[in-house]
Design a binder for this molecule. Structure first.
Ligand code: NDP
Length: 391
């Protein structure tokens, strides 16, 4: 009997809930969210009265503790926002329950996402005999597993990695983000950063870009950004000499972003408006479409993967490992667009491997630290098949 508590029932949480419901590893599911109506809507669309729904403010660890004590899950899946990672981890520690998330902790008042806050829980999770699996989405998540898989089966050593995230989909909106707008805009307006010979090199935001012909999508312009999996991968594979992360954006998207930035609407510094303290980016989020609402109109495909270079049997080798995901197929299966789908499915797989004790280990772990084979097998079975091309 495996029971889970899913906290955060937005775009990604809905996919996790529906995929877990379909898989017989999970017998009992409780959905908790800041606004209860979102959890109830998912329960309604699944159509099973055994699913429990709760209201929770996960910024408050005590509320999460009360919820865990009431429902007694074996695992808490955090698909709320990165701001809640630490309070949910605190609650899991208090109740000795395993933890999984899809994005690393970020303080609300500084747009800075780093692992050190969560890695600091290592000893306490080990001592409690529980596991925290960090970043079980697509990127981070599947990209980390792709690299661990390549290292295990294709290389003796890896020296260069390009992670490339292409969303070739069109949602028909003038401007919308495909996951939480606040987190997304905080991420892409930061300086770019890449790894070279043991150092991080910074670039102005979205200043470096190249064209790449993505399989089944076509030519797209991709922009160098900083992304969190580079921090854990360079730590766990110190042999890596160069690593970069790219994401594609359309000119239309970048023009809107520039205007919003110029107007100050992407700022996280509070302003006083008629006696109220307002954070412009939070206000902007309230105006933009919810990522979970984009499924019905989105067409096209995503292509996310890694080009990896290294040595095998004393010879240089280069491979491209990637997944293609079709927005409309995701909508037909679960009523979601492909970004929520490609994040939610790996979260379900990570949860499944923890509960089946295939991946269970005490401590705080990143995806690349675990055996990639069972995860890769589950990707093929659960709607995210992957391809390896030798280049
Ligand atoms: P959404 O905004 O659609 O959903 C977030 C949900 O969390 C909402 O339902 C929101 O409820 C709830 N929530 C926010 N704050 C709290 C709180 N204090 N207590 C309880 N619930 C809360 O975002 P997404 O589903 O698009 O993204 C979810 C997570 O997935 C994010 O952390 C994002 O960074 C991550 N992600 C990871 C990816 C990967 O590949 N690794 C890719 C895409 C996303 P309400 O609306 O009521 O506030």
């Amino acid at each position: 009997m495996s029971s889970i508590l899913i906290i955060g029932t937005g775009g990604v949480g809905a996919v996790v809930a529906k995929k877990c419901y379909k898989d017989n590893t999970f017998n009992q599911i409780c959905l908790a969210n800041r606004s209860l109506n979102k959890a109830l809507a998912i329960k309604k669309s699944i159509g099973d009265n055994n699913i429990q729904c709760e209201q929770v403010d996960a910024d408050n660890a005590q509320e999460v503790i009360t919820l865990i004590k009431k429902h007694k899950p074996q695992l808490v899946i955090n698909t709320a926002l990165p701001y809640q990672d630490l309070s949910i981890m605190d609650a899991c520690l208090e109740c000795k329950v395993d933890y999984l998330d899809t994005a690393n902790y970020e303080p609300k008042d500084v747009a800075k996402f780093e692992y050190h806050w969560q890695w600091a829980y290592q000893q306490r999770f080990k001592d409690a005999g529980i596991m925290a699996l960090l970043g079980s989405g697509f990127d981070p998540g599947v990209t980390n597993v792709f690299i661990a898989y390549a290292r295990k089966h294709y290389f003796d050593t890896i020296y260069k990695i390009d992670i490339m995230d292409c969303n070739g989909g069109d949602h028909g909106q003038v401007f919308a983000t495909n996951f939480n707008p606040e987190i997304n805009i905080r991420e892409i307006t930061q300086k770019g950063r890449y790894w070279k010979n043991g150092h991080w090199i910074e670039t102005p935001p979205l200043s470096e870009h190249h064209s790449f012909d993505f399989p089944e999508v076509g030519k797209r312009e991709m922009y160098l950004m900083y992304h969190e999996e580079m921090e854990s991968l360079t730590k766990h594979f110190p042999e890596i000499k160069e690593m970069r992360f790219y994401m594609t954006f359309s000119q239309e998207y970048l023009t809107h972003l520039r205007v919003l930035q110029n107007l100050g609407l992407t700022s996280i510094k509070p302003i006083n408006y008629k006696g109220l303290n307002i954070i412009p980016l939070e206000f902007l989020k309230a105006l933009l479409p919810e990522p979970s609402s984009l499924g019905a109109t989105t067409v096209g495909k995503t292509c996310i993967g890694c080009i990896i270079e290294g040595i095998k049997d004393n010879k240089p080798k280069k491979i491209y490992i990637y997944n293609i995901c079709d927005h409309q197929k995701c909508f037909t299966e679960l009523g979601s667009q492909a970004i929520s789908y490609t994040t939610g499915v790996p979260a379900m797989i990570g949860a499944k491997l923890i509960l089946q004790k295939i991946w269970h280990q005490s401590g705080v772990l990143n995806m690349e630290q675990l055996d990639p084979d069972p995860f890769m097998e589950e990707l093929n079975k659960n709607g995210l098949p992957w391809i390896v091309k030798e280049l």
